[in-house]
Design a protein around this ligand. Structure first.
Ligand code: CA
Ligand code: CA
Ligand code: CA
Length: 213
C-alpha cells in the first residue's frame, strides 16, 4: 500500500511532466560549457520534460560569455548544443510527440536530421530535414565567433515520434532552440548584432578545447 507521501510524490511528478501533445522547447541555457546535456531535461537540473540525450551530446557556451564556443548570433544566448565525438547527438522522449518539430542550426557541412518512432534513433523513419553548410553566410558580430549564421528549420510528420537523430559532423554542426510538438520555429527576440570584424580564426565550434582527464 502506498503511503500518503508516496502518493503525493507520484502526484507531483505527474503534475510536472507535460501532457501529451504539449509543445516542448529546449534552449540549453544553464547546462554549462562542454558539459553533457544527458539528463538535464530528465530530472537532472533543468525543467523535467522526460527528455534525455545520448552521451556524445554536449552543451557549449559562447566564448564571448566566458565559455569555449566559437559561435555568434545564437537564437537564445549564450548556450547551444553540439557533439565532439564521432557519435551523433540523439534525443529520446519516451512519452512521444506528434505534429512536428523545429530547431535552429549552424553548420560547416551538409547534414541530415531524422525523426524516429522508436527510442534512440530506431524504428520507422517519420521525417527528415536536410541541413546545408551555411555557418559563415552573410554574418559578423556578437562580437566574435566563426559559426555566426543560424537557420530555422521545421518539419511536419504523421505518427508518434520518440527520438531525433541530429546527425551533422562532430564539432562542425551546432543546434539551439529545439521545439517539438510543433513545426514552427521559435523566433528569438531581436538582438543587437554588433558590427565588428571577426576576431577568431578557429575552424571548429570549440574555440579552446578543455583539457580532458
Ligand atoms: Ca560569440
Ligand atoms: Ca553569443
Ligand atoms: Ca541557447
Amino acid at each position: 500500500m502506498k503511503t500518503f507521501k508516496q502518493l503525493a510524490v507520484a502526484a507531483a511528478l505527474a503534475a510536472t511532466l507535460p501532457a501529451f501533445g504539449a509543445v516542448i522547447h529546449l534552449d540549453f541555457e544553464g547546462i554549462g560549457d562542454q558539459n553533457p546535456v544527458g539528463n538535464f531535461y530528465n530530472g537532472g537540473g533543468g525543467t523535467n520534460y522526460g527528455v534525455s540525450f545520448s552521451d556524445a551530446t554536449l552543451a557549449l557556451v559562447d566564448a564571448d560569455a566566458g565559455g569555449s564556443g566559437n559561435f555568434a548570433n545564437e537564437p537564445s544566448p549564450d548556450t547551444i548544443m553540439f557533439f565532439l565525438d564521432a557519435n551523433d547527438a540523439i534525443l529520446t522522449y519516451a512519452a512521444g510527440f506528434d505534429t512536428g518539430f523545429s530547431f535552429w542550426y549552424t553548420s560547416s557541412t551538409a547534414a541530415t536530421v531524422t525523426v524516429w518512432d522508436g527510442l534512440g534513433g530506431t524504428g520507422n523513419l517519420l521525417g527528415s530535414l536536410d541541413l546545408r553548410a551555411q555557418h559563415t553566410d552573410n554574418c559578423v558580430g556578437d562580437p566574435t565567433g566563426t559559426f555566426c549564421n543560424w537557420t530555422a528549420v521545421g518539419v511536419k510528420f504523421d505518427g508518434i515520434a520518440k527520438s531525433i537523430n541530429f546527425g551533422g559532423t562532430a564539432n562542425q554542426t551546432g543546434y539551439d532552440n529545439i521545439t517539438f510538438g510543433s513545426d514552427v520555429p521559435v523566433i528569438p527576440e531581436p538582438s543587437t548584432y554588433a558590427l565588428m570584424a571577426l576576431g577568431l580564426a578557429g575552424i571548429g565550434l570549440v574555440a579552446r578545447r578543455r583539457q580532458r582527464k
